[in-house]
Structures are given as C-alpha cells and as structure tokens.
Design a protein around this ligand. Sequence first.
Ligand code: PLP
Length: 390
Amino acid sequence: MKVPLIVSVNRYYFDHNATTPVCPEAANALAEAAATLWGNPSSVHRDGQLVRSRLDKARRQVAGLLSCPPKRIVFTSGGTEAANLAILGSVRASAAARRHVITSSIEHPAVLSACAQLEREGVEVSYLPVDSRGLVDPDNVRRQIRPNTVLISCMHANNETGVVEPIAEISAIARERGILFHSDGVQATGKIPVSLDQFQPDLYSLSAHKFYAAKGSGALYIRPGLELQPIQYGGRHEAAFRPGTENVPGILAMGAAAAAVTDSTRIAALRDRLEAAILDGVPDVSVNGAGAPRTPNTTNLCFEGIEGEAMVIALDLKGFAVSTGAACSSGAVKASHVLLAMGLTEARAKSSLRFSLGRYNDEGQVDALVDAVAGAAAHLRRLSPTYAHA
Ligand code: PLP
C-alpha cells in the first residue's frame, strides 16, 4: 500500500518541534494497520496474534532507537502520558516517607503539571534554575538533594531552544544517591543519538509525532525491576503498566518511523545556514541558547523590538510556519517560562521566535525563509514603538 506524502502546498514548514509531517514509512504502516491489521493483539486466535507479532516488531524498532531491550518499552498515548506515568507512577509507588522531587524550571507542561499534581498530593518539588544558556548545573542538582528525595526529572532537550541538558551527569548523580531519574526525551528522540545503555535513566519518555509518526502514540522506557503505580485502571496490557487495547495503527507507525530515523547532519547544516544568514542580514538579533549544546534542527532567535506573535502571523501570511514558545491563555500572549528562566526580560522573551527544521526542508526553503524574515523584521520594526531606529 503506497500513500503519497503531502508535506505542503505553497507552504514551507519550519515548526517541527510542534509536530512533524508523517513520513511515507509511517503513513504506509497506518494505512496497512487500518486496512488489514484490525485484530485485537490480546486475542489468542490468529487474527489477534498476527497483530501481536507486529506490535512486538514495533517495540523492537522503538527500542532500537533508544538502544534498550524491547521488553523495557511500554506504549502510551504520547509524551504527556509517558511523563505522567513516569512521574506520578514512580512517586506514588515509593515509600510514604520519600516525598521530595527535583525538576527543572524549563520543563514542558507535561512534566510541570504532573509535578504540580504531586504538590497537591503533599509532595515537595524543587524547581532548578538554568543559566543564561538554558543549562541545568549538575552541581545544583546535587545541592538540592534531600534525604527524602525520591525522583529527579530533567528533560533531555528543550522544546523551545533545543538546548541539550547534561542528563548523563544528572543520571549518574541520581544513581549514586539511590534516587530515581526520569528524562523527558520527547525533543531528543530522532534528533540526536539516544543511548539509554549509556545514560542509564530509570525512566525515559518519548512521543511519536515528533519523529515523523502519527499523533496519539508514545512510549515510556522503564528500567527493569522498577515499580510504578499505574495512572489508569483496566486490563493488564503493556506489562500491567498501561491498561487499554493498544493503539495499533499509531504504534506500528511509530515503529516504522523509528526504523526510518536518519542522521541529522544535513538538517544541522540547514539550521546553521538559516541562523548565520539571519544574524548576518538582520540587525539586533541574538540566539537564545547560544553556547550550549543544541539539537541540530532548532534555533530560537530574539528580534529586538518585534512582537514574536506579529512575526509568526507575518511569516504565516507569506507561507512560512514558525512559532513562538509562548502559550496563549485566555487570549493573552504569555512570555515563555523557558526564556524567562534563562534571564531574558519579558520584552525580549516575547520578541523571540523558534525555527525548527526537519527532513523535508532544503536550502531553497531556508533561503526563502531568510528573505521573508528580513522583510517582515524591517516592516514590523518600522511600526515598532520600542525599537530604537538608527
Ligand atoms: N515533552 C516535550 C518536551 C514536548 O515538546 C512535548 C510536545 O510538545 C511533550 C512532552 C508532549 O508530547 P505529546 O504531544 O505526545 O503529549
């Protein structure tokens, strides 16, 4: 079954950290699952067991991407559920006396909201600061540890800046002190090599739609022997960690996309080309996260004197999809908590834009984006009351 890949029609997509297009391998898996693999993988008959064998294959493919044994992978409905199961499940399963969690101030809401729920349940949570590059300091992690610390949760790569956190060091500190370690790997998986045999976390979350599979699937790596209290109740699917009949099309697509992940050297070169051309051609632009290791596809730029949201709209009208990291709530644009944590003023945080590249971008699209950004920046600055015109 062949499904044509339609990435865009007169549109250039530079928002791959929000979601990625579905790659042909994943689209074929979705179509095949919908058409022929409709059996229930828990059924003992052949129709069910055929699907079970395909789920097992997908588990091997996802485990291959993380360098971990397939048995350690539990399928979930996405990154949010994986992080919730990791955080709520591990703390609730631990001894009642261990009621302190450490996380960073730049986590995705999937982690921050799970921690907020733990706080409502009487758990104390310490939120680690980051430096101006967006990096958590492992020494700071060490200083925050208390006798009753049960879990440290630190993201692998940040969704807004692409900054890659020192999780191997943080994981080693946690291990040394007998504390559980979870990393939200949603923005790292498929973009940088992830070797769980090297990082040795207890828990690692990922999401299929960030690496060219479909929305609504994800996975949690669970270290052998770890106890987790399920966050949903039902049958004994997924080694009794996650009840509910598996999302077969989504999981098979995730496996196919995991097997199709390629090295990011070309994307890194495109990101560098974009960043260099904008810094060269547009005055008063700076890189948020400069000096830190970053995922190869992401650049977050501050355009002095410009409202990021106005820039998103101006670029959208020209056919380019980019984003701010800002969340809209009740119509008001909030400054990004990630950029504020890095020490940006509210004005500079609101003047920042995220460009996240992907597999189907090319040099021509990057060059067209540079021209569009330069034009939009000049136009918006002419109208800006806050930009100091030379
Ligand atoms: N964690 C990070 C860092 C993310 O960027 C996202 C999605 O944007 C999530 C978690 C949530 O993943 P999902 O959309 O699969 O629930």
